[in-house]
Design a binder for this molecule. Structure first.
Ligand code: GLA
Length: 381
């Protein structure tokens, strides 16, 4: 299967860890619909680690934990499909999953067949307990082959955390997305660390195999499995804007059953989702910068542009530092010198309003941990 835009959905791990069950998934699926998240593009419900029994059955097959999934997985998949959603499941290229359940190592073809028989749509495939003598590329290739021969379109979502130079071999495996970061936690430091790592990895992101910067922590507010200190609303907005702008998979990680209106507003932002899901996926490039040389570190603010399918340009100005920064870009940075006879009309993605026309330079104070994201239209100067 060819994956044309970054997969979007909700995953159980960030909030619920190993404590998952059918009721939780069905309730969350209903909220995905009633809150408008499904219609905004979030279509996968991914059951992460913790869904199976600790042992395979006598035929070597994985068995859903009957306490957690009394009707089995196939019935759940049918329900979700009837709701217009898709079901993701989790396994691991090693001997055990990270949570200690059976991994798919040496069982790739059996498991792919099982997943297909349950009508699974997406497999998150982890990297714990990998035998040292085995190669990551070969393990992911084998699962890629197993899924491709399973008789069902199942998106392979590789989760080897960027280890063993994943970027150099992941596109040989059939994965539709690959975890380009280590695990996220619900702190601003974690968000910044992952975002900065992505600068170098953008060149590997693209149609068919998207970078996965890990699940979103937007709206976790310090609760749940990876909830630590939590973040401010501004930090969550910037986190979402970074993931969306950089073409990451967008997997919600908070408990959507109790999310606030502000959380829903961030997650459903149509302008950012449109940039994330742009059919061309062109890579972002660096423009402009920060006037705050006195602060020294230029590493913690970025200004990026990205060409979109309809001719517009997405422009993201991100300030990851803890003080306001004066960020700018010029039309020259965008290869639009004056003789081109074009200027830019900026629409702010947060307000949806046209906010400025730029014919030379755009310069703006961006608060600590904040961002500006525009969709810029080229108009006659
Ligand atoms: C790893 C992955 C996480 C999650 C857990 C489950 O840490 O990176 O995203 O799937 O395993 O145990």
């Amino acid at each position: 299967m060819v994956v044309r835009t970054p997969p979007m959905g909700w995953n159980t791990w960030n909030t619920f860890g190993l404590q998952i069950n059918e009721q939780l998934i069905l309730d969350s699926a209903r909220v995905l619909i009633s809150s408008g998240l499904r219609d905004a593009g979030y279509e996968y419900i991914v059951m992460d680690d913790g869904w199976s029994l600790p042992q395979r059955d006598e035929n070597g097959r994985l068995v859903p934990d009957p306490q957690k999934f009394p009707r089995g997985i196939a019935a759940l998949a049918d329900d979700l499909h009837a709701m217009g959603l898709k079901l993701g499941i989790y396994s691991c290229a090693g001997l055990l999953t990270c949570g200690g359940y059976p991994g798919s190592n040496s069982y790739e073809f059996v498991d792919a067949e099982t997943f297909a028989s349950w009508k699974i749509d997406y497999l998150k495939y982890d990297y714990c307990y990998k035998p040292q003598h085995e190669r990551g590329d070969q393990l992911y290739q084998r699962m890629g082959m197993a899924l491709a021969n399973s008789g069902r379109d199942i998106l392979l979502s590789a989760c080897s955390w960027g280890a063993d130079e994943t970027h150099t071999w992941i596109k040989t495996t059939g994965a539709g997305c690959w975890r380009s970061t280590c695990d996220i936690v619900d702190t601003w430091e974690s968000i910044c660390r992952l975002a900065k790592q992505q600068k170098e990895l953008q060149k590997y992101n693209g149609l068919g195999c998207f970078n996965d910067m890990d699940m979103l922590v937007v709206g976790m507010n310090g609760n749940g499995n990876v909830g630590l200190s939590g973040c401010t609303e501004t930090q969550y907005k910037t986190h979402f804007a970074l993931w969306a702008f950089l073409g990451s998979t967008l997997m919600i990680g908070c408990d959507i059953r109790s999310m606030s209106e502000e959380t829903a507003r961030i997650l459903k932002n149509p302008g950012l989702i449109a940039i994330n899901q742009d059919p061309c996926y062109r890579q972002p490039f660096s423009i402009g910068g920060s006037f705050n040389y006195a602060h020294g570190d230029q590493e913690d603010s970025f200004v990026w542009a990205k060409l979109l399918e309809n001719g517009d340009i997405a422009i993201g100005m991100f300030n990851l530092s803890d003080s306001p920064r004066n960020l700018y870009f010029t039309l020259n940075d965008l290869s639009l010198p004056r003789f081109c006879g074009r200027k830019l009309e900026l629409t702010d993605v947060w307000t949806g309003e046209v906010c400025e026309t730029v014919d030379h330079r755009h310069c703006v104070w961006v608060d600590a941990c904040d961002c500006r994201v525009y969709r810029a239209k080229l108009v006659k100067a």
